[in-house]
Ligand binder design. Structure first.
Ligand SMILES: C[S@@+](CC[C@H](N)C(=O)[O-])C[C@H]1O[C@@H](n2cnc3c(N)ncnc32)[C@H](O)[C@@H]1O
Length: 231
């Protein structure tokens, strides 16, 4: 058999090895490996969260953090970051005097990292990182809420915030605004932009019918008088 014939035979064998079933097995194995990495590293702890509500980790940029914090300047009271990642917004909120500062996160690697960063910053006893599904967290005592989550979850999140937050609360969204709410103020541009929403105004707009897709959930102030958020 000459070299040309051997090459042809080898080519046929290679084709056979990967053809049909082989290709299918390779594709399945690659898919399973990708899913295993996604489930184990990026989204562990999310088994009970419906797929359409799952948001992967992406940290806020330094400028984004600065813009979010500037929109909370001068405020006080309990502050929560919904999906706190490595804890950067919670730590910054604590530094700015927003206390208590709490982060809700499901990814155990990120929770560990956030707690380590708090320990390094010397404030691990003053801030909390809770392994809790943000959709199940009770936010009725939060006066400042920060949110850096995908646009697809903003409509159900808007409904949750409207139902639970006190009138005096301010919500600050980084990078993606709430599509059906009118912001009280905004800062930055492009990927660094942040929007502030005052719940009293959001509810007022909803009651006047000015904001489509929003159902107002009127609430009494839990504290009465001057609320922490407005001090
Ligand atoms: C885009 S990252 C933002 C991280 C951080 N807030 C920041 O600004 O750097 C969204 C985070 O939300 C977390 N997350 C997504 N869904 C969640 C849920 N249902 N409960 C708790 N955390 C969640 C993800 O693990 C991820 O760390």
């Amino acid at each position: 058999m000459d070299t040309e014939a051997l090459d042809e035979l080898a080519g046929q064998l290679r084709g056979e090895a990967l053809g049909g079933r082989g290709l299918l097995q390779l594709a399945t194995a690659t898919g399973l490996a990708a899913y295993a990495v996604w489930a184990a590293v990026l989204m562990p702890g999310f088994r009970r969260v419906p797929l359409h509500l799952q948001v992967p980790y992406m940290p806020s940029s330094a400028q984004q953090v600065a813009n979010v914090m500037a929109l909370l300047r001068g405020r006080s009271g309990k502050t929560a970051d919904l999906g706190s990642g490595d804890g950067r917004l919670v730590l910054e909120a604590h530094k700015q005097g927003l206390r208590p500062a709490v982060g809700y996160e499901l990814n155990p690697w990120l929770l560990w990292l956030a707690k380590y960063r708090a320990w390094k910053a010397g404030c691990h006893e003053q801030v909390s990182f809770l392994k809790q599904d943000l959709w199940k967290a009770n936010l009725s005592d939060c006066y400042n809420v920060t949110v850096f989550l995908a646009p697809s979850v903003k409509p159900p999140l808007a409904a949750k915030l409207l139902a639970e937050l006190p009138d005096e609360a301010r919500v600050v969204a980084g990078r993606f605004p709430f599509p059906s709410w009118t912001p009280s103020s905004t800062l930055g541009q492009g990927l660094e932009q942040a929007w502030a929403y005052d719940m009293k105004e959001v509810r007022r707009a909803a009651r006047c019918g000015g904001t489509p897709g929003v159902t107002a959930a009127p609430r009494a102030s839990p504290t009465g008088g001057l609320s922490p958020g407005e001090q």
